[in-house]
Ligand binder design. Structure first.
Ligand code: GLY
Ligand code: MN
Ligand code: MN
Length: 440
């Protein structure tokens, strides 16, 4: 793997250098400074929160645990890495720079955060400095210029071959751990037990994962971001929804699967229908596809599923128009993914900024751009039985067109979500997730 990454890295770096050159020109700056970041501490405590590196930093370098380091790009020069390796016997300090990236960068080792100043450009006013507010050193403070960020965030959606290779690995790690989690579910484990099986298989600590695992048995599947982990198994596990990913050198996978327990054939039938719908949406991840339109299309298809399985007794059109489809599918179809699980730039109109508005009535959609080759998005439709939303529906005129007997019976299963990470290409979409499952 690292041979492949080593081969792809020079092109990746060239792409980032070209983007940075243009971003600097647009903002009127001479240098791009990227702070890795500084750990944050809990209130009145000496415990740091898990360190999350600046995504702009890990875009350039496959490093995620190097607080206090800097990347400097000056047009026409090699990238300069100011690498903090503190003298510290309390914590593990980053190892000496190693790996395929090292030969492409000029590296300076510093022992104190403030020493970086001597190696950074002197005229801060000429620098675009990207980082969190606490990432400054001495007089130097991140300024995060809007024009620079807008350009970089817009183009970040287009993954290089190096990035796609990283994301294929992140998907494989996640898929392997999903298999272990499914086996733990079949063996009757609790949510906590399944979670531990997942961690054991993914070989990552919780804070290394790209997001907190959602491991939900029975009705818990109806809580969209359920992150409690019950220690005791339920007496009868009828359904299992798992939304869990993996991290590879700072790149995320984001994968959801839903399983029916033994004796839950009616739930399996609905899973199969959502799975079929999901695959048909993945097929539409093609050049020029308007993602917001795909999201609305998904509402129509899922409403048809609900009607075919006799949950609702109305046309898909009226279900979508009246908001009934949104009761059962109350989140967005998906989002950009890469350096962050919910990556930036999902609404951006063009490389200068601007916003492509969400369709009215769809407040939770996170992506409204047209899809283009090299973009990676999730496709994650779902159907849920959420008490709060069903109670609201019950008070509306459309309540008469709902088969409440069936809907009420399905509350015990919580819900279904099926989520894959998909690359838009010039031809057929590349499904990172299903390819990963197929490869194990
Ligand atoms: N795991 C969060 C999401 O699917 O967006
Ligand atoms: Mn997702
Ligand atoms: Mn997810």
């Amino acid at each position: 793997m690292s041979d492949l990454l080593a081969k792809l890295y020079p092109d990746h770096l060239r792409t980032l250098q070209q983007r940075a050159d243009t971003a600097l020109a647009r903002g009127g700056f001479d240098h791009l400074l990227v702070a890795a970041g500084t750990p944050r501490y809990q209130f009145l405590d000496d415990r740091p929160y898990p360190f999350a590196i600046n995504p702009h930093f890990k875009h350039w370098l496959p490093l995620t645990k190097t607080p206090g380091s800097w990347l400097v790009h000056t047009p026409g020069r090699r990238p300069k890495v100011i690498y903090l390796q503190p003298r510290d016997y309390w914590h593990v300090v980053p190892e000496a720079p190693a790996g395929y990236w090292v030969e492409h960068c000029d590296i300076v080792i510093v022992r104190e955060p403030a020493e970086a100043l001597a190696h950074l450009p002197k005229d801060f006013a000429r620098c675009a400095i990207l980082g969190e507010d606490n990432a400054g050193v001495g007089e130097l403070r991140p300024n995060n210029p809007e024009a620079v960020l807008a350009y970089l965030h817009y183009h970040r959606a287009y993954k290089t071959d190096h990035e796609l290779a990283m994301m294929r690995v992140a998907s494989k790690l996640g898929a392997r751990a999903h298999r272990a989690a499914e086996a733990a579910f079949r063996a009757g484990e609790s949510e906590y037990g399944i979670h531990m099986a997942y961690l054991g298989a993914v070989h990552e600590t919780e804070s290394e994962l790209p997001y907190s695992n959602i491991i939900a048995l029975n009705q818990h599947g109806a809580v969209l971001h359920y992150t409690d982990l019950n220690r005791a198994p339920p007496t009868h596990a009828q359904s299992f929804l798992i939304d869990a990913g993996a991290n590879f050198h700072g790149y995320a996978s984001d994968i959801t699967r839903t399983y029916a327990g033994a004796d839950a054939d009616e739930f399996q039938a609905l899973i199969d229908a959502v799975d079929g719908a999901q695959r048909s949406f993945v097929e539409k991840v093609r050049k020029g596809q308007d993602y917001a339109a795909l999201h609305v299309h998904a509402h129509h298809v899922l409403a048809l599923v609900l009607r075919d399985q006799d949950f609702i007794r109305m046309t898909p059109e009226s279900a979508v128009e009246s908001g009934v489809s949104g009761v059962f599918f109350p989140h967005g179809l998906g989002h950009m993914i890469g350096l962050q699980v919910h990556d930036v730039g999902g609404f951006q109109k063009d490389e200068s900024g601007g916003t492509i508005l969400k369709p009215p009535g769809h407040p939770y959609l996170r992506l409204t751009r047209k899809l283009e080759p090299r973009m990676v998005t999730t496709i994650e439709p779902g159907i849920y039985f959420i008490d709060m939303l069903l109670a609201e529906l019950k008070a509306k005129a459309q309540a008469k067109d709902i088969n409440w007997d069936k809907v009420d019976r399905f509350r015990r299963y919580g819900g279904i979500r099926i989520e894959d990470d998909v690359v838009c290409t010039d031809t057929a979409p590349e499904n990172l997730t299903r390819d990963a499952f197929a490869s194990i």
